[in-house]
Design a protein around this ligand. Sequence first.
Ligand code: FE
Length: 350
Amino acid sequence: MTLARPLALALAAAASFAVIPTAQAQDKVLNIYSARHYQTDEAMYDTFTKNTGIKINRVDADDAGIVARLRAEGSSSPADVILLVDAARMASADSQGLFQPIQSAKLDAAIPANLRATPTAEGITWTGFSTRARVIVYDPLRVNASDVATYEQLADPKLKGLLCTRSGSHPYNLSLFATVVERLGDAKGEAWLQGLVNNMARSPKGGDTDQIKAVASGECGVALTNTYYMARLIKSTKPEDQAVVDKVRVVFPNQGTSGTHVNIAGAAVAKHAKHRENAVAFMEYLASPFAQDYFANGNNEFAAAKGVKIDNPAIKAMGGDNFKAETVPLGVVAKNMTKVQQMLDRVGYK
Ligand code: FE
């Protein structure tokens, strides 16, 4: 009997001792679904775990695969944080109810408002963490720099038979077109899209890198690309890539007016996140200067956080170290996306 009480206490203590670490172990987890797969991102994840003790489990897939998986999993989804590229894709996933709103004074302070979802009373559903500019590349032997200084000029009949782009419905183009339509209004916006179609050198096909190469080969005179595709070619050690770089020039459009269109790689907290606090902590970590450098530099992008500058020689080489960026809120991409797709169908932009 004399032993019973201490034993009971010891068992109780052991039981509570056993419960606490298990609960902590469960809490110290963050499940990320990511459409990013860059080697340099690894160090960024490791440092978060070192700083917080929160273990990261990651599922890598492309944007469409992640969205399909979240939809299939529904409320039983283990996903806490979703990383996608492009405002159009963020907006599309958001409209399917896959994210939840969050409030964070740290994010509000760090990330410019135009790079986030339009806020509601509950907060924001997604935010950008790095930016990429959509620039014009051209063949200086066939096209004058002064004729391709703006997106608007791409619809000028002067460029007939010279323009190449990837599909108009690709999220990179949809996002750009959504902000141009926002600026020009519906009638002028649709006329501009018609002008692009009229100027095509070929039916839209391939990715951005294919457009750059087609300008270098002479099949096209002018094209649109995200900056990091150009940066990859600039950094490439392959002679054929260097030959492409030598033959094309890059323009950051609309420097005298609205600024160059920038898009985002972004993040959101999943609708059914089981580790919501960890998810918000990770989002805030992504906005820190240390993580910004990894997140943006890993793919030759630009930092999204205010006052953070990425030192990248390839970006400098194309004149991207100090350009005027468009300030149309990327939330308008969500608003205009369906309308722009309908315009593309009407003007026959494949
Ligand atoms: Fe891309």
